[in-house]
Design a protein around this ligand. Sequence first.
Ligand code: GDP
Ligand code: IMO
Ligand code: MG
Length: 424
Amino acid sequence: MNTLVIGSQWGDEGKGKVIDFLTEDADIVVRSQGGSNAGHTVIANGIKYVLHLVPSGILWPGKVNVIANGVVINPTSLVEEITGLRAQGVSITPENLLISDRAHVVLPIHKEIDAAQEEALGDQKIGTTKQGIGPTYADKARRIGIRMVDLVDPVRLEKVLKARIKTANEELARLGWQPADPQVTLDAVMQAAEVLRPHITNTIPVLHKAVVAGKNILFEGAQGAMLDIDFGTYPFVTSSNTSAGGCCTGSGVPPTRIDKSIGVCKAYTTRVGAGPFVTEDAEIADYLHGLGREFGATTGRPRRCGWTDGVVLRFSAMFNGFNEMAMTNLDGLDERDTIKICTAYRLGDQVLEYPPALMEDWERCQPIYETLPGWKQDITKCTKWEELPANCQAYVKRFGEIVGCPVGSVGVGPDREQTISVPH
Ligand code: GDP
Ligand code: IMO
Ligand code: MG
C-alpha cells in the first residue's frame, strides 16, 4: 500500500503529525519535493521534534527514510538538522536515511538571490522563507543546477561550484547585492559533503524494489496544495509541485503504483506569506494567537488565520485525488460559540465553486458562509469518535460533505496519541 500524505491548504496543516501516526504501519517514508522551507512538527512521547528535510519517519526505529530526487537540499542545513536530531537521541545512519544523487543542491548564493529578489519586489513580495527554494528550482529548470551526485567527488565539486558562483555573482551584482566569496561556499559545501556522502545513492531502484516487494511506502508532502506552482495562488506559491503528481516526478515511483491519497487539513485555515486568502479573519486570528497557537515552525512568524475554505479544499481534493481527509487541530475550535465554513465565493454577480486563475479576481472574491453551532467543550482528552460532542461530530461530517471527500481522522491535540478515527 503506497500512500500520499499531502497538505490540502497553504501548508502547516499538521502533515508531520499525520505522517508520524501512519509510520507505524509503513516501511519507507519519502520526501519528494520542497526543501528546508518545510517545518514539520512531531510530538512523540512528550518530546517535540521539528523536521525540515529529514522525513518524519526517522523518529520510528527500523524505518527507511528517503530524501528523493525532487527535493532541493541545502547540505549545511541538512547536516545541522541531522546533528540536532542525533542530539535528541534519534539514530541516523546510511541505512535509515538515503539521499537521492539526483536531488538539487541549495547553495548560499540561492538564499542570497531569494532575499535580493524579495527585496526588489517591495510590497509585491511573496513572503518566501528565504531558504533559496525558488532560485534553486529555477537553476534546475534552467539546466544549470548542481546535484547531490556532484558532491561525491571533491575535485568535480570544486569545478562546478566555482563556475556556478561566478555566474550567480553576476546575477547578484545586477540586483545590487555584494558578490559571494567562492572559497567560503566551497569550504561549507565540502565540509557538509563529507558527512552526507555515505547517504547519497540512486534511490529510484531502491524504491522500485520496495514497491515490487510489496512494502508500504508513505509519501510525506511538504507545503500545501494552494502553494503548488501549477494549481496554487500563483505567483504567491512555492516553486515545486506540492500536489499528488509531485510525489511521482519527485521520487520515480510511477502513478500506477500509488494506492491512496490523504489530504491533511486544519479544522480552520492558516497561511504564512503573502497572497489571497478569502476566508482570512482577524477575530479568529486573535483568538488562535491568544491561545499561543499558529506561529510558524520554520520562521516563528505568526500565521495568518481564517475559517475553513471549502472552495480551496474542494479544488484540492480534485487534483490530488484525495480518498480521505485527515483533519487536525479540531481542538482549536473548542471555545467557539459558532463556526463558519465557506461553501462558495461570490465574485461580482457570479458564484464560484472553484477558485479563479487571475490574482485580481482571487483578491476580489467574497466568502459565502454556512454557520454551525460550536461545542464549547474540551475535546483534547477524547479518544474515540463516540466521545466527541454531537456538534463536533456534525461539524466534521458537514466539512466532508462540503469538500466532497470524507474526513477519515481528526486530531484533538498535538501528541502522537491524540488522533481519532472517524467511522465511515
Ligand atoms: P506541517 O508543516 O503540515 O507538518 O505542520 P506544522 O508542524 O508546521 O504545524 C502544525 C502545528 O499544529 C504544529 O504545531 C503541530 O504540533 C500542531 N498540531 C498538529 N495536529 C494537531 C492537533 O490535532 N491539535 C493541536 N492542538 N495541535 C496540532
Ligand atoms: P510546510 O511543509 C507554510 C510559503 C512561504 C511563502 C511561499 C513561498 O511546513 O507546510 P518559498 O520559501 O517556498 O519560496 O516560499 O510558500 N511556504 C510555506 N508555508 N508551510 C510550508 O511548509 C511552507 N513552505 C513554503 O511562506 O508564502
Ligand atoms: Mg510546517
